[in-house]
Design a binder for this molecule. Sequence first.
Ligand code: IPM
Ligand code: MG
Length: 370
Amino acid sequence: MASNRKVLMLPGDGIGPEVVGQVKRVMDWMEKRGLAGFEVTEDLVGGAAYDVHGTPLADSTLEAAMASDAVLLGAVGGPKWDALPFEAKPERGLLRLRKEMELFANLRPALVFDALVDASTLKPEIVRGLDIMIVRELTGGIYFGEPRGIEDLGWGERKGINTQVYTTTEIRRVARVAFDLALKRGGRVCSCEKANVMESGVLWREEVQKVHDDEYPEIELSHMYADNAAMQLVRDPKQFDVIVTDNLFGDILSDEAAMLTGSLGMLPSASLGAEDEDGRRRAMYEPVHGSAPDIAGKDMANPLATLLSFSMMLRYSFAMGDEADLLDGAIRKVLDGGMRTADIMQKGKARVSTTVMGDALLDELDRRAA
Ligand code: IPM
Ligand code: MG
């Protein structure tokens, strides 16, 4: 099938290749069924790239990412590369991709599947039906702020420095992404910062409020200190619709939200840049979980977060909402049928491998497309 959908696969380290492998099977299935064509290339990132190129992201890989319509990334990192200097660490490859591609809006939906209500560590009534969207600012804040570094003060004393910094433009553009999403969802946005102790938080609050008042008055906007938000997420998570927050708070709150759904192995994400004149936007899709070195290569990992990330790619990069619904529906059905990887295993269910989970999904897709 002819195709203009250029997808760059970056499986990365640990369980990355295994979970990305299941997405490749679904892509092949879609091609065979004549549902979509993809022009797929594959490259290295993270520790895997370091081992070959001596850097966690080669310039040629970054160029390929820039030229693609969408990137699918597995995971980066592992104990093998822990002792490397900061700039060579696998995580730097991921951060450089985000920064250079200007993927400033990171969408992390936390959705509780009915079949997994009991897999959560929280009471069923707290999480049943949960559907929240965390929008994390991804290219600014303390992750990238200058000055940064470790200074030797000379008398056996050292100083570690990072800088939290946000500009009006950075805050406004991510706020707009959150408001636009809320328009298509429950119409509510909660913005989180620490305006009680940080000037950057004061600016964040003022700018989000301004974008709201000028452009999105129909949205219900609230503000919350990030520590309170962390507490509210476990107390009563269903009070939230869309949460918008900075890079560091978003990192933390999204791990917390992920656990509400039963497992980090269930959470997908999309990282989006600004739209260009042709309505095209750079994008990278990745599971929220890490490389899980302890179970890497054992065919044990949960591939669903990566498959759900691919579904987000279909939705956000290729306007293929029907195909995304098809895939989401098939995933739901496989879970309803009792298939569980180790991380979401429950009593009375069938514990399956990564590959068998993929098999079951393809069977279900076959049934649906028949
Ligand atoms: C995430 C991860 C990354 C981050 C790491 C791997 C650099 O925790 O995507 O949430 O801190 O952003
Ligand atoms: Mg994280």
